[in-house]
Design a protein around this ligand. Structure first.
Ligand code: ARG
Length: 259
């Protein structure tokens, strides 16, 4: 995770962001701390990468890259506003002893926004493309040792990363906002998992942007239908207020990266 020290809405790279609607600094920091505590409460160790001035979105560490078994494929951000983050994430991974995976593909023009667009469910890797990450880029995830890739085409600019509209819970179940995907991708995804469609108002509160830690799911506050569905499946639910991060188009999951 990355503390929201320099977090704010300083540019607009998705439809949620409006430079005139700033994040309240104190509130952001309270909300981030609440999420941090909830994760620690699940007995998970959390490592921090230092926040950097002029990189306000660095708080969304999900976009740093994709990690598997001590190896990392670093992101290639679509927008120049976020490209400067790569250097700092890279330094962090090197220092922490992770092996940087070389891209198998000569893909200088292709983008990839890390775990924001790539989520594991068992041995399957669901990948989002069409808005931020490019489909062709995913050839590279094979170097990470990923065999089964499920391609999910995104169509709604409000749900621009896979983790904004889909969350695998375990090997069999997940939650999603189906309209964020093409009909063809919806079919493919449903073949892999039993998916519960969220009500639109909760999808728009980023209910899918959840952190799953064993039997606990941490979701943004204000999503009662999602909460009761998760409870029916046997999960313990912790909800965290995320209003300040939703202003940038992110919530619980975006603020974390599995390492
Ligand atoms: N403002 C950031 C962006 O548009 C938010 C990133 C949210 N991250 C995520 N994994 N969905 O890039």
């Amino acid at each position: 995770m990355c503390k929201p020290t320099y977090y704010d809405i300083e540019y607009e790279i998705n439809p949620w962001m409006n430079k005139t609607i700033k994040a309240e600094h104190l509130k952001s920091s309270i909300q981030w701390n609440q999420l941090y505590d909830a994760i620690k409460h699940c007995d998970v160790e959390v490592e921090l990468v230092e926040s950097q001035k002029e990189l306000p979105d660095m708080v969304f560490t999900a976009n740093a890259g994709l990690v598997k078994d001590g190896r990392v494929l670093l992101s290639d951000f679509r927008y120049p506003e976020r490209q400067g983050e790569k250097h700092y994430f890279k330094q962090w991974f090197i220092k922490a002893g992770y092996q940087l995976v070389d891209k198998s593909l000569d893909s200088t023009d292709l983008c990839f926004e890390g775990e924001g667009d790539a989520l594991f469910s068992n041995n399957f890797l669901f990948v989002g493309y069409g808005i931020r990450s490019d489909k062709a880029y995913y050839e590279n995830v094979k170097s990470l040792g990923v065999e089964e890739i499920i391609y999910c085409e995104l169509v709604d600019p409000y749900f621009y990363h896979l983790d904004t509209c889909f969350c695998p819970l375990n090997e069999t179940h997940g939650i999603w906002w189906p309209k964020a995907f093409t009909p063809n991708s919806q079919q493919i995804m449903q073949k892999q998992l039993q998916l519960f469609a969220l009500p639109e108002n909760e999808a728009k509160k980023f209910a899918c942007n959840a952190v799953v830690i064993k039997e606990t799911v941490i979701i943004p506050a204000g999503c009662p239908v999602t909460e009761s569905h998760l409870k029916t499946l046997g999960y313990k639910v912790i909800s965290c207020e995320m209003s300040e991060f939703i202003k940038a188009g992110g919530a619980c999951k975006c603020l974390t990266l599995y390492i």
